[in-house]
Design a protein around this ligand. Structure first.
Ligand code: BG6
Length: 396
């Protein structure tokens, strides 16, 4: 299938699930409300529901995720929904789906797999058995396998059916405005480049703190843990955006090539580079084993052996049930010598707030008012926004 050919139906596997409710229906709403999407949506799930129940579910999800949605646009999204109810292990489910797509005159379905990773293979094979791979694209949510072997196996399964151009491996962090901004800020400002290296930068800290727990996703989380859930994907993408060389172009291949170089230059983690923790009460969650050792908190220290970054530690940490919800990057520069202070003044830093609000700030010292020749820390605000209408990651 040609890249220029538009998908004409969205097939949403996991239509009654958590991701669909929290993120996908609100995103579909925005796209429809802004006139960017006009497609039938076929939900697939084993829920024992009918079309009406799915439509109510989607409408509720939109009302929960969007402030004052336009009723006409909600109606447009929900009326475009049809449900194919059935087990993914049953070939009849896929035959039913094929019949429904045929009725819609679909030629280029976009299969969105918002389902647990353990089902990817079953679903891809089920589609293929009834020819639903023809002219189709597939979107897969992370985590992509559990380890190298399972990631390779999943790739093989996908490639037996789909060409690489038809496979979209999604990390929604890449759709976030402030994550895209990391690259624009780095590569569209020439004043940064001379200092963006080991000579001037002492360390980089990336924190993704969430004040909530696993929110009913215990059985998913139990197979994944913090490192697979958010570190090796979301936070590695943040790190790659911070550490990569300028790409040859803005196309995805060029960007990916530079990110791969960063990852290749990383030293494998040693045991002393990792701290894992678990919040109290995790073992009482539904779907979690009473003796679980799965981490809900992880902190890792990474080293990138390149000319730019040799000797600069990158600290990534993420966890659930922490005191606040906040994702932030702090790039700390080397400490200046103590000219104006008895003790050494704090180092400059560049702060990228990714959520809940969006900001970029440069931490610098200015003279403290008064007699003394001493410094006060202040922050130069480069940008700041908490615009609720900014584009959501899943919408992008
Ligand atoms: C998801 C993880 O990928 O990202 C969740 O599975 C996490 O555990 C979520 O809470 C955070 O993303 P966002 O965009 O909601 O901050």
């Amino acid at each position: 299938m040609k890249a220029s050919e538009r998908s004409d139906t969205l097939v949403l596997f996991g239509a009654t699930g958590d991701l669909a409710r929290k993120k996908l229906y609100p995103a579909l709403y925005h796209l429809v409300a802004e006139g960017k999407l006009d497609l039938p949506v076929i939900g697939v799930a084993a829920a024992g529901w009918d079309d009406a129940k799915l439509r109510t579910y989607a409408a509720d999800a939109i009302h929960a995720g969007v402030e004052q949605p336009d009723p006409a646009a909600v109606e447009k999204v929900t009326s475009s929904l049809t449900l194919v109810d059935g087990d993914y292990r049953d070939p009849a489910t896929f035959q039913h789906l094929a019949d429904v797509l045929h009725e819609h005159g679909t030629e280029h379905p976009l299969h969105y797999l918002a389902i647990p990773p353990s089902l990817f293979e079953t679903v891809v094979q089920g589609m293929c058995a009834v020819g639903l791979d023809k002219g189709a694209r597939v979107v897969i949510e992370k985590p992509f396998g559990r380890d190298l072997a399972s990631a390779k196996e999943l790739n093989q399964v996908l490639h037996q059916v789909f060409g690489e151009q038809a496979i979209f491996r999604i990390d929604h962090y890449l759709g976030k405005e402030p994550i895209e901004n990391l690259m624009v800020f780095r590569f569209a400002n020439s004043l940064l480049e001379p200092v963006w290296n080991r000579r001037y930068i002492a360390r980089v800290e990336v924190t993704m703190a969430e004040s909530f727990g696993v929110e009913g996703r215990g059985s998913f989380y139990e197979k994944v843990g913090a490192i697979r859930d958010v570190v090796q994907n979301h936070l590695f993408q943040v790190l790659a955006n911070l550490a990569m060389e300028p790409p040859a172009g803005t196309d995805s291949e060029s960007v990916r090539d530079e990110k791969v170089k960063v990852i290749k230059a990383m030293k494998p983690l040693a045991a002393g580079d990792v701290v894992r923790g678990q919040f109290r009460g995790y073992r009482d969650e539904k779907g979690v084993s009473p003796g679980s050792t799965v981490e809900t908190y992880a902190a890792v220290r990474l080293a990138i052996n390149s000319w730019r970054w040799q000797g600069v530690p990158f600290y990534l940490r993420a966890g659930k049930c922490l005191p606040v919800t906040c994702t932030e990057v702090i790039v700390r520069f080397h400490r200046p010598p103590p000219v104006y202070e008895a003790s050494s003044p704090p180092p400059n830093n560049l702060r990228f707030r990714i959520s809940p609000d969006i900001a970029i700030g440069l931490g610098v010292m200015v003279k403290a008012p008064g007699e003394r020749m001493a410094g006060n820390p202040v922050e130069l605000r480069v940008s700041r926004s908490d615009d609720p209408n900014a584009m959501e990651a899943y919408e992008r």
